[in-house]
Design a protein. Structure first.
Ligand SMILES: [Zn+2]
Ligand SMILES: [Zn+2]
Length: 261
């Protein structure tokens, strides 16, 4: 019964975005010449399956372990004061702190040679679509989850609206990778659009657009980049292995393989 329920969740997680975003990718393509069955699709499919069958559960266990240790270590007085605030204020704090931590953490992933070894896996995608969002080294994914959940971990902000926020953030992360170019109109300063994130995947590692949900932090810190067209190409400047297992092992190698392809 448990297996059946897991398979239903998996089918839902695959076919809903494949249908909705797949239709948007056909109607409003950012790269009209990109075929549906583009190169490295099987690799990204393995990332998707790996997330659902293995890495997501391990990441959640690691987060609960971190939470338990912080609960015992951090002073309860601060958490009691945070919890005493009105819910709307706690929600605003959670959104702002979480988005700021994600922005700073992501910027560090691009500037620290050690963190970049893991984050480069995500940037190795040479074609963007909704499935490419899942290309993420598990340790890079855990790092991002820690950044996203920092307000919860440190301040003890735990209430239902956060679940909705995190679900929306996860869905939006898939949308901004899709091969779609749609103007968000005035909302573009509040919500990061695919065009911004496509430029984040441009071959220049320090191009900008590090924010996940809202580009406000990029605007504030001067890393907002929105040229009026799509980047000519996305991916890495350096050679990178193409297979799933090789990519997972790559960050641990002392140097890049002699012939990664
Ligand atoms: Zn990045
Ligand atoms: Zn991305």
């Amino acid at each position: 019964m448990q297996v059946w329920s897991e398979l239903q969740t998996l089918a839902f997680a695959f076919f809903v975005p494949a249908t909705v975003l797949g239709l948007l990718e056909r109607a409003y393509p950012a790269q009209p010449d990109q075929p549906l069955l583009r190169p490295q699709l099987p690799t990204d499919l393995l990332y998707f399956l790996g997330q659902y069958f293995l890495w997501r559960a391990l990441s959640l266990s690691a987060l609960s372990e971190i939470q338990l240790r912080l609960d015992a270590w951090l002073p309860s007085l601060l958490r009691a004061r945070v919890a005493a605030q009105p819910l709307w204020l706690q929600l605003c704090e959670a959104v702002l702190i979480s988005d700021l931590c994600t922005y700073l953490g992501h910027r560090l992933q691009h500037h620290s040679a050690f963190l970049w070894r893991f984050h480069a896996v995500h940037h190795s995608a040479e074609h963007l679509d909704w499935l490419a969002a899942y290309r993420e080294h598990p340790l890079d994914g855990l790092y991002t989850q820690i950044m996203v959940n920092l307000p919860v971990l440190l301040l003890g902000l735990r209430f239902e609206p956060l679940i909705a926020l995190y679900t929306f953030r996860g869905l939006w992360a898939i949308f901004i990778h899709s091969n779609v170019r749609i103007s968000l109109g005035p909302l573009r300063v509040l919500l990061g659009s695919p065009e911004l994130h496509h430029w984040h995947h441009a071959r220049d590692r320090f191009h900008g657009n590090y924010a996940n949900l809202s580009p406000l932090w990029d605007l504030l810190f001067g890393t907002y980049r929105c040229p009026p067209k799509e980047p000519d190409s996305v991916g890495l400047c350096e050679p990178f292995p193409r297979g799933y297992v090789k990519q997972l092992v790559w960050p641990f190698l002392p140097r890049g393989p002699v012939d990664p392809r």
